[in-house]
Design a protein around this ligand. Structure first.
Ligand code: HEM
Ligand code: NFK
Length: 365
């Protein structure tokens, strides 16, 4: 680090004249000052600053994965960065409560001055969704249309450009599929796994069939669900079946990536899999925190507006509730728990493989 030649002054460094001069109330413009509009603006501005920091971390992570080889040290750095994102997300979720100190009636005193602006037009939020891996085709219809009708040409062009680049989801999928699956001449993990999971499924089937507390209709439903779980299992061991289910959107990760992720989750305690496991866990957490944010925002909207339509033209609460479930990105990492076996049912890995997986920092030889 070099020696600084000029004294640094707090206010100049943080450009506070710009930040603190950026709260212009719409209600004042109409000579109808609303006290709570200051809070409304500041809460949004704080969110936009956090979005900026999250994008800073995600872009760096995307650059790291956008290479042929990701080194172990880089993976450590990625995990730290993603954990920082999660900590910020927790804060963002708690921050909804600050907005909720404003009553619905206080909000109504300046709401009409905001039309037709809305969070739809938060380009950083859309960048966040796209960078993580939300594809246009998966967006709710109204959201798709608003891309064309509610953004400026420049903003739309920027987002369309971003949609053409690989997202974090795409890159993690590629990275996972490149991972060599552990198979030696005398050990085929997936053959073993197939047998162990078949036993688990048969047990589940017996449990449902012999459960006398279920009504006929409930039993039929549970057996139907069991059948669909079985189809997912079958697809795990059959590439063609997997691709078919993937086309139906039952899986989003590629087959190879899903198998690697499953292996990593099953053997997360092996030193070599620990960082990849932390990465998968962090991405799962980011998806969960974002979903919690969507849900909390939707609840706040219901509380403020009931079933009124939004200033952006959507149905309001109803639209937002739908995006909560449909805009999931790393859903496969959640659903993978279906396939997990307890440690006791896992095969002991052959020594040749074990040796490859350990670091052996304390080994004598
Ligand atoms: C009183 C507080 C708030 C209300 C009543 C509210 C209401 C709404 C409504 C109704 C929508 C749907 C679009 C529309 O038709 O208008 C929306 C979207 C959105 N809002 Fe808010 N909002 C509030 C606070 C916030 C805050 C603090 C943020 C933080 C940045 C935010 C970010 C967003 C985003 C990103 C969207 C787009 C979501 C998507 O399309 O999936 N909102 N909001
Ligand atoms: N869509 C909200 C208005 C609103 O919340 C909003 C308006 C302008 C800028 C940001 C906003 N925040 C989130 O949507 C409404 O329908 O009341």
């Amino acid at each position: 680090m070099k020696k600084n030649i000029e004294p640094c002054y707090y206010g100049d460094y943080l450009q506070l004249d710009k930040i603190l001069g950026a709260q212009k109330l719409q209600s004042e413009k109409y000579s109808d000052a609303a006290h709570e509009e200051m809070l409304f603006i500041i809460v949004h501005q704080v969110y936009e600053l956090w979005f900026k920091q999250i994008l800073h971390e995600l872009n760096a992570t995307i650059d790291t994965f956008n290479q042929e080889v990701v080194k172990d040290q880089q993976l450590t750095q990625v995990v730290y960065r993603l954990q920082r994102v999660i900590t910020i997300q927790r804060l963002m979720n708690d921050q909804i409560a600050v907005m909720e100190t404003m009553t619905p009636q206080q909000f109504l005193s300046f709401r009409d001055y905001l039309v037709p602006a809305s969070g739809f037009q938060s380009i950083q939020f859309k960048r966040l969704e796209i960078s993580l891996g939300l594809k246009r085709e998966f967006r709710v219809d109204f959201d798709k249309q608003s891309f064309y009708s509610r953004l400026t040409d420049d903003d739309r062009a920027l987002l369309e450009g971003l949609e053409k680049k690989p997202s974090l989801f795409d890159l993690v999928d590629k990275w996972l599929s490149r991972m060599p699956l552990l198979k030696t001449d005398d050990f085929d993990f997936w053959e073993y796994y197939k047998k162990a999971t078949a036993e688990m499924l048969t047990d589940d089937h017996d449990t449902i069939s012999t459960n006398d507390t279920l009504s006929t209709a409930d039993k039929r439903q549970e057996l139907k669900d069991w059948q669909s779980t079985k189809e997912n299992f079958d697809a795990l061991f059959d590439h063609e079946k997997f691709e078919k289910l993937r086309k139906e959107d039952k899986f989003r990760l590629s087959h190879e990536a899903l198998l690697s992720a499953l292996f990593i989750k099953q053997y997360s305690e092996e030193p070599v899999f620990n960082l990849p496991f932390q990465l998968i866990t962090a991405l799962t957490e980011i998806d969960e925190q974002l979903t919690i944010w969507r849900y909390r925002h939707a609840m706040m909207v219901q509380r403020m507006l009931g079933t009124k339509i939004g200033t952006g033209g959507s149905s309001g609460h109803h639209y937002l509730k739908r995006t909560t479930e449909s805009n999931r990105i790393f859903l496969d990492f959640f659903n993978m728990a279906t396939f997990l076996l307890p440690k006791s049912a896992l095969p002991e890995l052959p020594n040749a493989i074990k040796r490859k997986l350990g670091f052996y920092l304390n080994s004598i030889s």
